[in-house]
Design a protein around this ligand. Structure first.
Ligand SMILES: [Zn+2]
Ligand SMILES: [Zn+2]
Length: 189
C-alpha cells in the first residue's frame, strides 16, 4: 500500500508526483520496468513472468523515488527484494550465535547453566547488530550497482531527498528552476 505524493510549482504550475515506492522487474535486455500499481500482476504477465518466477530469478526490485535538492529532478533507486530468504537467514544466524555463545559459556563456566544463558543472550544481541550492519552495507552496494548515479544527471548535485522527507522542504521546480515545489502526501493507493 504505497503512499501517493504530489507537488505543484507555485510559480509555473508544473506538477510532479507518484508513489513513495514501486515494484520493478529487471528484463533480459538489462532494462528495469516499473510495474503499475495496482496492476503489477497484469504487467508482469504481459512481460512473460509470474511473481514466483520473477522472484526466484531475482528480478524483482523495490524502486524508491528521490528528488535532487539542487534542481528538483526525480531519481529512481532500485533495491533488490530479498524477502524470500531474509527471515529464515536471520533466524539461522541468531540460532547459530546462541549455540556458539552457549558452548563458549560452557567452556568458561562449566555446567552453570544460568551463566551460559546470559552469555548466549548477550552474544545473540551482538550477532544481530553485526548482521544488521552487514545487511545495510549489502543494500547500499546493490543500490549503487543498479542505479549507477551517485550524482544528479542534470545538475551534478549529490544531495537527494526521499519523497516522504521532501514533504518538509521547499524544492526547486525542474521546469522553471524556482524554489517553489513542496511535496505532500495525498493518499494511499
Ligand atoms: Zn516551476
Ligand atoms: Zn539535480
Amino acid at each position: 500500500m504505497p503512499l501517493v505524493y504530489r507537488a505543484e510549482c507555485s510559480h509555473c504550475k508544473n506538477s510532479a508526483g507518484g508513489h513513495d515506492v514501486d515494484v520493478a522487474v529487471k528484463l533480459d535486455d538489462g532494462r528495469t520496468e516499473i510495474l503499475r500499481h495496482p496492476l503489477e500482476t497484469h504487467d508482469l504477465e504481459r512481460l512473460g513472468y509470474t511473481w514466483e518466477k520473477a522472484r526466484m530469478e531475482g528480478r524483482l526490485f523495490w524502486v524508491f523515488h528521490y528528488v535532487c535538492e539542487g534542481c528538483g529532478e526525480r531519481h529512481d533507486v532500485a533495491r533488490k527484494q530479498e524477502a524470500t530468504t531474509g527471515c529464515t537467514a536471520s533466524l539461522l544466524w541468531v540460532a547459530g550465535g546462541w549455540a556458539a555463545a552457549f558452548l563458549l559459556g560452557y567452556a568458561f563456566f562449566g555446567p552453570r547453566w544460568y551463566k551460559c544463558f546470559w552469555v548466549a543472550l548477550v552474544a545473540s544481541f551482538g550477532f544481530m547488530i553485526v548482521r544488521s550492519i552487514l545487511d545495510s552495507q549489502k543494500e547500499s552496494a546493490i543500490n549503487l550497482a543498479v542505479d549507477q548515479t551517485e550524482r544528479c544527471r542534470k545538475c551534478g548535485g549529490s544531495k537527494f531527498v526521499s519523497l516522504p522527507a521532501a514533504k518538509k522542504k521547499l524544492l526547486p521546480c525542474p521546469k522553471c528552476g524556482t524554489k517553489s515545489m513542496r511535496y505532500d502526501s495525498i493518499g494511499i493507493s
